[in-house]
Ligand binder design. Structure first.
Ligand code: ADP
Ligand code: DP6
Ligand code: CO
Length: 325
């Protein structure tokens, strides 16, 4: 393989699932129990530069200028790239998150999508988007969808070769925004990985989740096809709450909500009672995302303005797929 002499840089945007991935059937290969569906966001992203260098004695990894070279998750991922490319060289990785890290805003999605793209190219591989998506999946499941822009779906599959993301619609036809309400940027106590494993192993409701999520996914795809914002918002909100029911019903139980999350949720419901068509979704962290149409952004922000600063309310439109820069 031909190693690049220069750093290769890629940018990947985060994605927020409307139909969530929460549980693996294969922990090592990261094969999920369900298909999931997401919207890639334009406001949050990671830029990662990679160079493989035979003169390095070990991998050197900087995230936001901090040395995280001891991260097994990243070293193991670089090993997968080396095996694919049949090289031995260590890597120099420099990554910048334009998204809070480990806070439920999907830094692992943009992070590993960007690393898959930059790393594979730096190692001399020329991967198709589907192959890049399979590779990104090995770093973090949600990353498999961040290779694509707009709406994308992760086809669960059964093996390394048939579990990958694909574009459902890009550019997005629907008028859809996500307002991320940034309540807490601190890293979560229970990572997505640990949280979903505990849910699979101990929640008595886990089987009901997988069954219901298949139904939710069909509804969501129909809503996208027929440009039905209301139907998509409704199913996304229900599916998100069903996921959080798995954390609360696990043993020991845990929760990603904080008091402010509940306040935002109540505000969304209140707005809806007053005729504003908006919904919420939450991931593994307290930060709530409000799903809304463009004409309602102002009124939603105004409603929250007495409690939260302007810079805590970040409006995202659909974002682009992976790009080299
Ligand atoms: P999040 O909600 O932010 O996705 P997760 O618990 O899923 O949180 O994942 C956090 C992990 O993702 C971090 O510990 C780190 O290993 C990985 N990660 C975050 N940003 C990057 C990045 N830019 N490059 C590589 N890995 C990253
Ligand atoms: C709640 O992809 O972060 O955001 O595959 O273990 O790295 P690992 O987990 P991760 O889990 C994401 C969970 C979620 C829902 C989703 O993005 O579908
Ligand atoms: Co994550």
């Amino acid at each position: 393989m031909h190693l690049s002499n220069d750093f290769i840089t890629a940018r990947a945007h985060t994605n927020i699932a409307l139909i969530k991935y929460w549980g693996k059937k294969n922990d090592d290969l990261i094969i999920p129990n369900n298909n999931s569906l997401s919207l890639t966001l334009n406001e949050f992203y990671t830029e990662t530069s990679v160079k493989f260098d035979n003169s390095l004695s070990k991998d050197l990894v900087l995230l936001d200028d901090h040395d995280i070279s001891d991260s097994n998750q990243i070293i193991n991922f670089l090993d997968i790239i080396r095996t694919k490319a049949n090289i031995n060289a260590s890597a120099y990785v420099k990554s910048y998150n334009h998204v809070p890290t480990s806070a439920g805003l999907a830094s692992s999605a943009s992070g590993f999508a960007a690393l898959a793209a930059a790393g594979s190219k730096a190692a001399g591989l020329q991967l198709s988007l589907t192959e890049m998506s399979k590779l990104a999946r090995r770093g973090s499941g949600s990353a498999t969808r961040s290779i694509f822009g707009g709406f994308s779906e992760w086809i669960k599959g059964n093996t390394d070769n048939d579990s990958y993301g694909k574009s459902i619609q890009d550019p997005v036809a629907m008028d859809i925004n996500m307002i991320a309400i940034i309540l807490d940027k601190k890293p979560k106590k229970i990572s997505s990985r640990i949280g979903m494993k505990r849910s699979v192993e101990t929640s008595p409701y886990y089987n009901a989740w997988t069954k219901q999520t298949e139904i939710d996914l069909i509804k969501a795809k129909e809503a996208i096809k027929s440009n039905n914002f209301k139907a998509l918002g409704q199913v996304a909100e229900s599916n998100s709450m069903r996921m959080h029911a798995l954390t609360m019903s696990a043993d020991p139980s845990f929760m990603y909500f904080n008091q402010d999350s509940i306040e935002v949720i109540n505000t969304v419901k209140n707005l809806r009672e007053n005729g504003i068509d908006c919904y919420f979704t939450m991931d593994a962290g307290p930060n709530v995302k409000i799903i809304c149409q463009s004409a309602d952004i102002k009124i939603i922000k105004n409603k929250l303005a007495n409690k939260f600063d302007e810079n805590q309310m970040v409006v995202s439109k659909p974002g682009r797929g992976i790009e080299f820069i």
